[in-house]
Design a protein around this ligand. Structure first.
Ligand code: 1GP
Length: 240
């Protein structure tokens, strides 16, 4: 339980964590080394790898390549069973508890067991909660689920709490990649108050102000993908 342990240790020390999300669909092996050298020189504490529509084996190749070039822990954030590889340090075992599609609540998990049994991969059960963010996101399209309304805060809080009560070790509030609105401060605060497990927030965070707002509202770990993909100088901006 190395990775989960270290997330908890950082939180106890009052540190905030930042994951750079790399989508194997958008990052070729050739592009990786330049990008990873920027990640190595940034404030990133974790590298998440995953995407909604990745072709088979692309993830494993990319993770092996990234691993050669960094000491930052690599955590899988898989859109599908095919993205699970023991080249990574840990796996977010995501159950989409905002949705009502059995495939993403339990079926993919069952399908992954024959693979996981053969691996020594740290598995971190994670309650994954998709929240409406202004337009239809890839998660919504691929999983064929409805996000929770951003205005129904009680429902979001209760969903997160139910995840914790089921034994999940992390709660991930997701606005969706490239979301118009990131998860609101009010939502983050309300969920944080209710749960005692680490809180991950991601989707649509593009500025340093938005990052700090998420942290100050109670996010322990923030995930950023698109903003780094679109403009690598964002790594520099976060340093100041
Ligand atoms: C998506 O939460 C992540 O799953 C990150 O989203 O690409 O918008 O940063 P962005």
């Amino acid at each position: 339980e190395k990775i989960y342990q270290s997330i908890n240790n950082s939180i106890l020390k009052g540190e905030k964590l930042l994951a750079v999300l790399i989508d194997p669909d958008k990052m070729s092996i050739e592009m990786a080394s330049n990008f990873i050298s920027k990640v190595n020189n940034s404030k990133a504490t974790h590298i998440f790898v995953g995407g909604s529509t990745v072709e088979d084996s692309a993830t494993e190749k990319l993770v092996s390549e990234i691993k050669k070039q960094t000491r930052i822990p690599i955590v899988l954030f898989p859109g599908d069973v095919s993205q699970i590889t023991n080249q990574a340090d840990a796996l977010l075992f995501l159950s989409l508890i905002s949705g009502r599609n059995p495939e993403y609540l339990i079926e993919k998990h069952i399908a992954s067991v024959s693979k996981l049994r053969k691996m020594h991969l740290e598995v971190i059960p994670t309650g994954y909660i998709l929240i409406e963010s202004g337009h239809k996101t890839a998660v919504q399209r691929v999983t064929k689920t409805e996000p929770l309304s951003r205005n129904n805060i009680q429902q979001i809080v209760d969903t997160a709490k139910a995840g914790e009560l089921l034994g999940m070790k992390l709660i991930y509030l997701e606005a969706g990649s490239g979301a118009f609105y990131p998860i609101s401060s009010e939502i983050i605060k309300s969920v944080k108050k209710e749960i005692s497990i680490p809180l991950i927030v991601g989707g649509g965070i593009r500025t340093k102000e938005q990052l700090l707002l998420a942290y100050n509202s109670g996010a322990d770990l923030v995930v950023i993908g698109t903003a780094f993909e679109d403009d690598e100088s964002f790594f520099e901006e976060l340093k100041n």
